[in-house]
Ligand binder design. Structure first.
Ligand code: TXA
Ligand code: MG
Length: 317
């Protein structure tokens, strides 16, 4: 059920039920990070494999020591700079953190979300929240409470409605290995912004066999409809003549009047606006009974790189 009542959310969490919470990135499927029953429910409801670890959401930077230890200087710099905000840090875990959260690894992923509703809720709790994105494993992430309801319906008693997510893309995930800062997942904060604080990042590219971060799995965030990514949309349209085509475009509408449905991410070509609109546009396209979705690649800089990365994963078969 959709609600704005934080107390209802708290009550559900105290009896180890799951709830959906708004964050600035995407909605999360949240449970008490210190309770194994709640953690198991997250995997069940999301149909998420146990090898895919969860992010722990904290109420403030100082809570980092409750869950992590041996925190590198660069991690503290990033936390100070970007929290509350959309960067997730992979750190050495405290012994008490459940293997369900970490998938048996000795690291834990943490962040402080930058959403007034999520922060007000965390402030009322004596435990952090483990929360993956509130979508079934592999599908498009939710950026509105209605997206969450469409996925889970009444299986979620409390969906805290905090409006549309302002960033609209997942957090950027970084880890720290051998004095290097490593990018595990492209996200809401661009590589360039992070490099201003900690210098050059090492970027881990796809590795389906031992993904460090399954956000890096080659197929993820995928619509049900067949989706293709291209630099030259008008060329690709020709090869699908006669089919029901939907377009996911960066700035400009297509003039082709055989197209059934078009989504433009940002008429002014603004990456942040495009990021905010991306998943909602993908949800709408996926519900438009199309034969095929053709998506246009963005310029590969800043958040354009993150959007392209998500589109690549939405289209690879
Ligand atoms: O923006 C976000 O990060 C959203 C909101 C709800 O906070 N959450 C989110 O969670 O995107 P999820 O579960 O969809 O993605 C979490 C990612 C996964 O790719 C997972 O593999 C990675 O975080 N992760 C978690 N723990 C990790 C660890 N110890 N080492 C490496 N990657 C980890
Ligand atoms: Mg996810």
């Amino acid at each position: 059920m959709l609600t704005t009542d934080i107390n209802k959310a708290k009550e559900a969490l105290l009896i180890n039920e799951l709830i959906a919470i708004p964050t600035e990135t995407v909605y999360g499927l949240a449970g008490n990070a210190y309770d194994e029953t709640a953690l198991k429910k997250i995997f069940e409801l999301k149909k998420r494999p146990f090898y895919n670890p969860l992010i722990v959401h904290l109420k403030s930077v100082s809570c980092i020591y409750d869950v992590a230890t041996d925190i590198p200087e660069n991690a503290l710099k990033l936390a100070e700079k970007f929290w509350p905000g959309p960067i997730t840090l992979v750190l050495k875990k405290q012994a008490h953190i459940s293997d369900l959260i970490t998938a048996g690894k000795d690291t834990v992923a943490v962040r402080v979300p930058n959403h007034p509703v999520a922060l007000a809720l965390l402030e009322k709790l004596e435990f952090p929240l483990a929360a993956p994105s509130a979508n079934p494993f592999g599908s498009i992430s939710p950026t509105t409470a209605a997206h969450v309801f469409n996925y889970f319906g009444d299986n979620l008693k409390v969906i805290l409605d905090g409006g549309e997510c302002i960033n609209g893309l997942e957090s950027t995930i970084v880890g720290f290995e051998n004095n290097q800062v490593i990018l595990y997942r492209h996200g809401s904060i661009s590589v360039e912004e992070i490099e201003k604080i900690v210098g050059k990042l090492s970027i881990i590219t796809n590795n389906d066999k031992t993904p460090n971060s399954p956000g890096m799995l080659s197929r993820h965030y995928a619509p049900m409809t067949d989706t293709y990514l291209t630099d030259t949309i008008s060329e690709l349209i020709k090869s699908f003549k006669g089919r029901k085509i939907g377009l996911l475009l960066f700035k400009n509408l297509s003039k082709d009047d055989t197209i059934m449905h078009q989504e433009v991410l940002s008429q002014s070509g603004d990456f942040a606006e495009a990021a905010k609109n991306l998943y909602a546009a993908m949800h709408r396209l996926d519900h438009s009974k199309l034969d095929v979705i053709l998506a246009e690649r963005l310029p590969n800089i800043g958040l354009g790189k993150t959007i392209n990365d998500k589109l690549e994963r939405a289209t690879k078969k």
